[in-house]
Design a protein. Structure first.
Lengths: 108, 233
């Protein structure tokens, strides 16, 4: 019983860290081009990048359309992304998992 | 590392899409062996955590940045098949909602960060686990090296795809040098973040870490089991 309580503790702590990183920490992230963008510019194929079909998404480039403050907009986008990812990935893994109280490692 | 639309031609994108779809189909079967009532909620959280940390670009040298891929870390935490599913969800959300990584390039990105990063990272981890001491330090060392290798491996796989179907006509050698060189540096960041996160989880719940099964000593298991279950074992 104490194990399941500590499991919940780990889960809540992990979610809080994820929300803080995405909602607050991301403001301080480096805005420099990433490794691929840099290499594409250095070697001369960056210009072949095209805007994808999602470029008009209200959340494109980690900003919420219509929110004036850049900081708030980026933070909100991060929190929304964490929530959607948690719901989708949580849903998939809950659907796929072994049901019931099979002993741990029974399928290994 | 997120590949935008346009870098690779249509046949290459279709081919990586087929590879990605096949990998996800296999992962949906394989993950069933890794996920139970205890570990499934942790897997969903791990995906959300990877999404968050991928937003934290860290500076790499002058005018360049990198961010965690997270494939190796996720595989060690929740198992390789589950990691493929987690990475796919992260990349899907990034491409569809945030326009980070192209839509026609989604198969490419799943192949690079879901399949190659997870496969190389976890493969190296398992190989090293076999030769390193069965201690927490051994697990962390193996995970750190696996995480490090996963990044240049993904980058060089992109170079391979670029050789097959890159739209621009640029010398392949310079692309390989630039991609490989910068991603060796980013790999050091990948290793540092992966070891820090794994170390924190190992400190509180080593029993929930897929890749640390050998650390579960019989004495620990007996202590954690309810008294009624001890007789059965």
């Amino acid at each position: 019983m104490s194990a399941s309580r500590r499991s919940r503790g780990l889960w809540v702590a992990g979610l809080l860290v994820a929300l803080l990183v995405a909602g607050v920490g991301s403001w301080y992230a480096s805005g420099s081009p990433d490794g691929l963008e840099w290499a594409a510019e250095e070697t001369g194929f960056a210009h072949t990048a095209e805007d994808g079909a999602a470029a008009d998404s209200p959340l494109a480039d980690y900003a919420v359309a219509g929110v004036g403050s850049e900081r708030l907009s980026g933070g909100l986008a991060g929190v929304l992304g964490v929530a959607v990812t948690l719901l989708l990935a949580g849903g998939v893994t809950l659907l796929v998992r072994r049901r019931g109280r099979e002993p741990a490692g029974a399928g290994d | 590392m997120h590949v935008p639309d346009g870098f690779l031609d249509a046949p290459t994108s279709v081919a990586t899409g087929v590879v990605a779809a096949g990998t996800v189909a296999l992962a949906l079967r394989g993950a069933r062996r890794e996920l139970d009532e205890r570990t499934a909620p942790l897997a969903g959280l791990t995906a959300a955590f990877v999404f968050a940390v991928q937003m934290m670009n860290f500076p790499v040298g002058a005018g360049t940045s990198g961010h965690l891929i997270g494939g190796a870390l996720t595989a060690v935490l929740v198992g390789p098949w589950t990691a493929v599913l987690c990475m796919t969800v992260v990349l899907l959300v990034q491409a569809l909602l945030f326009a980070d990584g192209g839509l026609t390039a989604l198969g490419t990105n799943v192949s690079l960060m879901g399949l190659v990063a997870v496969g190389v990272g976890y493969g190296a981890f398992r190989l090293l686990r076999a030769v390193l001491p069965r201690t927490r330090t051994g697990v962390l060392t193996a995970a750190g090296i696996g995480a490090f290798l996963s990044v240049p491996a993904s980058a060089l796989t992109f170079v391979g795809l670029f050789a097959l179907g890159g739209v621009a006509d640029v010398p392949l050698g310079t692309v390989a040098t630039a991609m490989g060189g910068i991603h060796v540096l980013i790999g050091l960041g990948e290793a540092a973040i992966s070891v820090a996160v794994l170390g924190a989880v190992l400190a509180v719940r080593p029993d929930l870490v897929h890749g640390a099964a050998a650390l579960r000593r019989p004495a620990d298991l007996a202590r954690r089991s309810a008294p009624a279950e001890v007789g059965v074992r």
